[in-house]
Design a protein around this ligand. Structure first.
Ligand SMILES: Nc1ncnc2c1ncn2[C@@H]1O[C@H](COP(=O)(O)OP(=O)(O)O)[C@@H](O)[C@H]1O
Ligand SMILES: [Mg+2]
Length: 392
């Protein structure tokens, strides 16, 4: 079986049945419903979106999937260009005549008008294309108009071809980082508000967004002040259940045996049920041709992985935390049952500092509160890494 660190679909996509069924059902229904998927990074959001995309595509529903992380350079201009390109390719099989987006980009303004009017497009689609393309080609400077036209293009393509369609924006919170103009002014938040206003009137297009950083997604979707407040159904992507973990092992490591059920339990626990961790651990087990796993071998595997991947894998994790947050994390990694009062004594930190670090770490979903005064890591591999790493 081949392991991967990229998103998975089809046979290699394990579990998530309820969520994928619900998304597919609602997005292909007559209801006007959109979704916001949240969950820590590497929990499998993109894979779910891709799986849903492939199911909808099989029903001949055009899906326009874009990931804000793939927009390079990170400008509004590139955003409109990508939207146009992806929208046209999603509708390709429904368009009256095939044409290449890249060709439209090199056609002069006047010739473009003629070309578009010869294509049997609806007037709205032709207009959207003309105006957004002229912005992309730097013939006009009205950025708000350009984004409006690029988003409307999707709705108008759907209207023209009498179909519903779905716009998926992965890593949605990063949209606020998109910049505009020579001064690189950040105007992503305005774009979010614009998208929201446009979607209110859309009849054919449904919206799905996803994000990993809980705080920033909240600002766009869940808070009462957020542009998309109450506009989308909120779904949290959880770690694999025990059952999904079992299915993963059976599919990816069919020959692997566990020396006892406790070892299997430990495997599940160290992975935190995070599919990415399972891919990493699984790859290593396969590399060593292991057929029977015991506790010692499991921890050797974990050590090897942390040595190979830890630095790289958790760098941005640690970069996002303040020194006192890291101190708290290290203390908890060493003894998970530690209460804030124990940390206070052992680490010589003030009660207030520890409390605010814990609140902040929970809002960033690095920790979750199990019960009063007891916190656990959302990613146990990260905890293992903190135990052995040299930082601080
Ligand atoms: N349902 C799944 N079955 C098997 N592997 C998965 C599944 N979901 C995610 N993965 C694996 O986990 C890793 C992270 O998945 P991804 O979808 O990119 O997560 P996210 O978008 O939340 O960061 C990838 O290596 C992917 O192969
Ligand atoms: Mg992703």
């Amino acid at each position: 079986m081949s392991f991967t660190l990229y998103s998975v679909t089809g046979d290699d996509f394990i579990g998530r049945k309820e969520l994928v069924d619900e998304l597919t059902r609602e997005l292909s229904s007559k209801n006007k419903i959109g979704f916001s998927l949240s969950g820590i990074r590497r929990i499998g959001k993109t894979s779910i979106l891709k799986e849903v995309e492939s199911r909808l595509t099989k029903q001949r529903i055009p899906v326009i999937y874009i990931s804000i992380w793939r927009i390079l350079p990170t400008t509004i201009d590139e955003f409109t260009r990508v939207l146009d390109r992806v929208a046209l390719s999603a509708f390709e099989h429904k368009l009256p005549k095939k044409f290449k987006f890249e060709e439209l980009l090199v056609t002069g303004a006047k010739a473009l008008g003629n070309f578009l009017s010869g294509l049997n497009l609806s007037a709205k689609v032709a207009e959207d294309l003309k105006l957004s393309l002229s912005y992309i080609k730097k013939e006009s400077e009205d950025v708000e108009e350009a984004v409006t036209k690029s988003i409307s293009l999707i709705e108008h393509l759907a209207e023209m071809t009498k179909t519903k369609c779905v716009l998926i924006i992965d890593e949605f919170p990063s949209i606020v980082e998109l910049t505009y103009g020579e001064k690189n002014r950040k105007m992503g938040f305005d774009i979010v508000k614009l998208i929201r206003t446009l979607f209110e009137d859309f009849k054919y297009t449904k919206l799905v967004v996803s994000g990993s950083y809980r705080d920033t997604l909240d600002n766009l979707v869940t808070k009462t002040s957020a542009p998309f407040y109450k506009q989308l159904l909120l779904r949290e992507v959880e770690p694999f259940t025990k059952d999904e973990f079992d299915k993963f092992i059976t599919h990816y490591l069919p020959d692997l045996k566990f020396i006892d059920s406790q070892t299997k339990e430990e495997f599940y626990k160290i992975s935190s049920g995070i599919p990415y961790n399972l891919q990493l651990l699984g790859k290593e087990i396969q590399l060593h041709d292991m057929v029977k796993l015991d506790s010692k071998k499991l921890y050797d595997i974990v050590k090897t992985i942390l040595k190979k991947e830890g630095e790289q894998s958790f760098k941005e994790f640690t970069e996002n935390q303040t020194p006192s947050e890291i101190k708290v994390l290290k203390a908890l990694a060493k003894s998970p049952e530690k209460k804030p009062t124990d940390i206070e004594k052992d680490e010589f930190m003030s009660n207030a500092t520890i409390s605010s670090a814990l609140v902040s770490l929970c809002s960033k979903a690095v920790l979750k509160r199990r019960e009063r005064g007891i916190y656990e890591f959302t990613d146990n591999l990260f905890a293992e890494w903190l135990k052995v790493s040299e930082i601080m």
